[in-house]
Design a protein around this ligand. Structure first.
Ligand code: GCO
Length: 254
């Protein structure tokens, strides 16, 4: 049974993996036996993370590049596949947030969030697929959000990007499934990560958001890892085009 959830022999590239949910998924997938390749913009923040995984007896590498720059993103994916001889799983997790009342938004802010949270995911998935198609094997996992399905004020580009990412997940699943490449999305609810520091400091928001969640609490970052292992492992072999919410029940209730 344990083998079903094993990632032994798999090379996994995770973007935005130096902290937050990206790091938590990377650590969990390394513990499941994968060789995890940690992406972020700064090698200096990635290297200590990789060293900690290796020290714990796992396999880890780093790939520092900016996912929002098309050429560096494509070259970064190619370099991982070349260095490790294969790319089995892409976890396209990197994302940014911007919170402003509608009338205070600049178009540049909109474009920045859409580019990083949606367009970069398309580029990364396309480049990863180029390595997966010849092997007729691969898994692409997007970090979507409950904001793929819901919305709240001030986070306009994030909601639009995450909604689009759920659509992109389905379109990629539709085309790549015949090649034994599955494409799925993990939709986190509210987790206590650095991206949400401003929310965590807002007692009114914390009371409101926690009250909306059936489990009456935000997620612990370590509670995201199992979803990534499941979708990347043999256990998830026939799961394709799925949005796996990890949200304490938030999207299931009014
Ligand atoms: C926000 C938060 C949320 C959560 C998460 C939900 O400002 O509403 O950042 O978007 O971080 O993305 O899945």
């Amino acid at each position: 049974m344990v083998e079903t959830f094993s990632l032994a022999g798999k090379v996994v590239l995770l973007t935005g993996a130096s902290r937050g949910l990206g790091w938590e998924m990377a650590e969990a997938m390394a513990e499941a036996g994968a060789t995890v390749v940690l992406n972020g913009r700064q090698e200096a923040t990635l290297r200590p993370r990789a060293e900690a995984l290796v020290k714990a007896g796992h396999k880890a590498d780093v790939a520092a590049f900016d996912v929002s720059e098309e050429k560096t993103a494509r070259d970064g994916v190619d370099a991982v596949a070349k260095r490790h001889g294969q790319l089995d799983v892409l976890v396209s997790n990197a994302g940014i947030q911007h919170r402003k009342p509608l009338v205070e938004w600049e178009l540049a802010d909109w474009n920045r969030v859409i580019n990083t949270n949606l367009s970069a995911c398309f580029v990364l998935a396309q480049q990863a697929a180029r390595h997966m198609l010849p092997r007729r094997s691969g898994r692409i996992i997007m970090t979507a959000s409950v904001m793929s399905l819901l919305a709240r004020p001030t986070v306009h580009a994030y909601v639009a990007a995450k909604s689009g990412l759920w659509g992109l997940t389905r379109s990629l699943a539709a085309e790549l499934g015949q090649h034994n490449i599955t494409v799925n999305a993990i939709a986190p609810g509210f987790f206590a990560t650095e991206m949400n520091t401003a929310l965590l400091k807002n007692q009114e928001f914390m009371a409101w958001s926690t009250g909306r969640i059936p489990m009456q609490r935000w997620g612990e970052p370590k509670e995201i890892g199992g979803a990534a292992i499941f979708l990347a492992s043999a256990a998830g072999a026939y799961v394709n085009g799925h949005l796996l919410t990890v949200d304490g029940g938030l999207v299931s209730v009014m």
